[in-house]
Design a protein around this ligand. Structure first.
Ligand code: F6R
Length: 241
């Protein structure tokens, strides 16, 4: 594992983008695990820029996003499908038929979770999983209390997460449930990159990176994975700015 701290959020986005470009350069058919959220936006902006420069092609890449809201249509502008299209997929040469998110608008979420796990396995597993971290230590939508061996499933979002996401939903209440990869799903990835920026994440980062697994900080499970890279800006790392 490695821990890298940069002076600015922009530098973090650049470094994570560069790492992904390097991985796809080595393995053009890489399977990427993707995340949404504000932290990821500079990363996708850097990937789009690298594609436009001709530095990378996503034509062979398959992707699996961590999570999707339940209770809003996929076509809603704040669904994670719409968000991924707008920030990334629409601007690069990835085959959208090979970009997957949990199928959240279904009657039987249990089956949807199992189906997602099978699809990941069939693709050969995830080469690189990108993660953000919630202020409460969540990864994907694995809220505090999630089991370390949890797999893709329907979950209820915590109050803190609803509050953090409310700003995105002016037209309707913020969705209160989601389908998310589990902590066990995430730990099955061959390599993991967790990105955290901003002082609001400093406490979660501290708990995630020390003291072993604590159920009240799901990201702390990553300490048990042997290929995790932590990318922080100084604020999230708890350093003086
Ligand atoms: C989103 C996801 C979440 C976010 C986390 C941080 O797909 O899995 O775990 O990574 O909530 O979100 P931001 O980056 O908006 O602070």
């Amino acid at each position: 594992s490695q821990r890298l701290t940069y002076s600015t959020e922009a530098a973090v986005g650049q470094a994570v983008g560069d790492l992904i470009v390097e991985i796809i350069g080595r393995k053009p058919a890489a399977v990427l695990g993707l995340a949404t959220g504000a932290t990821m936006e500079p990363v996708y902006a850097n990937l789009v820029a690298a594609f436009k420069r001709g530095d990378v092609s996503f034509a062979g890449v398959t992707s699996f996003n961590l999570d999707e809201y339940v209770g809003i249509p996929t076509s809603h502008p704040r669904s994670y499908r719409s968000t991924m299209n707008a920030l990334f997929f629409d601007h690069v040469d990835i085959d959208k038929n090979r970009t997957f998110l949990p199928e959240a608008s279904v009657d039987k979420p249990d089956e949807a979770g199992e189906r997602y796990e099978r699809m990941i396995a069939k693709a050969g597993g995830i080469d690189l999983q990108l993660l953000g971290i919630g202020r409460n230590g969540h990864i994907g939508f694995n809220e505090p209390g999630s089991a370390k061996d949890s797999r893709t499933r329907l979950v209820e979002l915590h109050e803190d997460t609803l509050r953090a996401n409310a700003r995105f939903f002016s037209d309707r209440p913020v969705p209160s449930s989601a389908i998310t990869m589990g902590i066990g799903t995430i730990l099955s990835a061959k390599q993991i990159v967790l990105t955290a920026t901003g002082v609001a994440k400093a406490d979660a980062v501290r708990r995630a990176t020390s003291g072993g697994f604590q159920a009240d900080c799901p990201a702390s499970a990553l300490q048990e994975h042997d290929k995790v890279s932590w990318f922080f800006d100084r604020a999230a790392a708890g350093l003086r700015m």
